[in-house]
Design a protein around this ligand. Structure first.
Ligand SMILES: [Zn+2]
Length: 127
């Protein structure tokens, strides 16, 4: 990857802090259901997860939003480990550092992101 080690460390530090905040929030929202946060990695999608905890009295949409962000961050950290971080998943171009700073979980360059949003109904810009 072309990001400097310093840039990667900076991004990772921010992501770890955000993960800790999210885990606390998710834990608070889900209570006992989130004792084992590793379960979030195993569910196929948030639909499965919402079924799993549908019986608990939680604000699902809020918790799911946190979980989506949490999973995005975990995915980004995995891509850093694998050396694939910072490249657009669609066209392979390098994603500018400024964009990664603003949105560490960005998977695509700006061009591909806007194309993906157009084709998917433009309701989500978080990824
Ligand atoms: Zn692209």
């Amino acid at each position: 990857m072309s990001l400097s080690e310093q840039q990667v460390v900076g991004l990772l530090t921010g992501m770890r802090e955000r993960l800790a905040v999210l885990e606390e929030e998710i834990g608070r929202k889900l209570g006992d259901s989130a004792d084992d946060l590793s379960m979030l990695d195993r569910v196929g999608d948030s639909g499965d997860f919402s079924n799993a905890i549908a019986s608990s009295e939680v604000d699902l949409s809020e918790a799911l939003r946190d979980i989506e962000e949490w999973r995005g961050l975990r995915g980004a950290m995995r891509r850093i480990d694998e050396g694939r971080y910072g490249f657009c998943v669609d066209c392979g171009v390098e994603i500018p550092f400024a964009r990664l700073q603003a949105q560490p979980v960005a998977l695509r360059c700006v061009d591909c992101q806007s194309r993906a949003e157009r084709s998917s109904g433009a309701h989500s810009s978080t990824m």
